[in-house]
Design a protein around this ligand. Structure first.
Ligand SMILES: Cc1cc2nc3c(=O)[nH]c(=O)nc-3n(C[C@H](O)[C@H](O)[C@H](O)COP(=O)(O)O)c2cc1C
Length: 269
């Protein structure tokens, strides 16, 4: 399976078939996670967790007892770095046929943080269950997906722009980089808010966060995790399409709408 296939096939899996995660898949996933980097160079520590041993639970997840979680220092850009790295793990699990769901909220967080041995100054942004998808979704999962319109995404020209925010980008004008932007468009995000906006200028893709109210408490911004996921999809898809990428944080000073803030850029060729 290619990364692009994994991006297209992935959905949040909340109903698992009850089979335990196979030891070889568990080994591969944790081995992959331990090696995965992020453009910010911030270290992340990963653990596979047994829900029964630590009393872990999520009210939306059924049919698996295995979770993966990561923790890191609470430093600037921790959110984007975590989003980038954890999404790489999610896509790797997808390639193995394992299901995942990004979970930031719907879990007994104290139990997870205890299992992760979280210390002062550290943060455990999200966890995910790991297992094999059930053939049929639970009723609750189906209702939840409808409620957050989990299957819909913004149109290309609503999220991507040509030089300035008042000029929507078309797939035709995006030419070679359209495939990488399509990968961004399909990304998962908290409550499916899709905060990513991208402005193409010359050979640079500038990533912005359109902030929704209530997601940034000043110390932590969950939508920056979504931005890390968007950066991951762009980078991975571009590279797979044979396009080289170079990450940089260098605000191009483009006029942006209210509540839309610069995050980072990729130069590509
Ligand atoms: C940072 C982040 C946090 C999320 N937190 C939760 C959560 O707490 N509970 C949950 O059920 N889903 C959570 N999700 C999953 C999203 O609801 C889901 O990705 C989105 O609705 C799109 O659906 P899809 O993943 O099936 O494409 C989260 C996703 C992200 C990216």
């Amino acid at each position: 399976m290619t990364i692009l296939d994994a991006i297209k096939n992935r959905r949040s899996v909340r109903t698992f078939d009850g089979t335990a995660l196979r030891p070889d898949d568990a080994q591969k996933i944790i081995g992959f996670a331990e090696k995965v980097g992020n453009p910010y160079g911030i270290p992340i520590e990963w653990k596979l967790l047994d829900a029964k041993k630590y009393g872990l639970s999520s009210p939306v997840i059924v049919g698996t007892d295995t979770y993966i979680a990561g923790k890191m220092r609470r430093v600037p850009h921790a959110e984007e770095a975590f989003g980038y790295a954890f999404e790489k793990v999610v896509l790797f699990a997808e390639e193995l046929g394992a299901g995942t769901t990004w979970i930031a909220g719907t879990m007994n967080r104290n139990a997870f943080e205890k299992a992760m041995e979280l210390t002062d100054g550290e943060v455990m942004p999200c966890v995910s269950p790991l297992g094999y998808p059930a053939k049929k979704m639970s009723l609750r999962e189906g209702i939840m997906r409808k409620g957050i319109k989990a299957d819909s995404r913004l149109a290309f020209g609503e999220a991507f722009f040509d030089g300035s925010f008042d000029k929507p980008l078309t797939t035709e004008s995006a030419v070679a980089i359209a495939g990488a932007l399509e990968a961004v468009r399909l990304a998962p995000s908290a409550v499916n808010k899709q905060p990513w906006r991208v402005v193409l200028c010359g050979n640079s893709a500038h990533f912005y966060e359109k902030k929704s109210r209530g997601y940034d408490d000043g110390a932590w911004d969950i939508q920056k995790i979504d931005m890390g996921i968007a950066l991951c999809h762009f980078d991975a898809a571009a590279n797979e399409l044979g396009i080289g990428t170079a990450f940089e944080i260098s605000d191009p000073g483009i006029d942006a709408p209210d509540d839309t803030v610069y995050i980072a850029s990729f130069k590509y060729e």
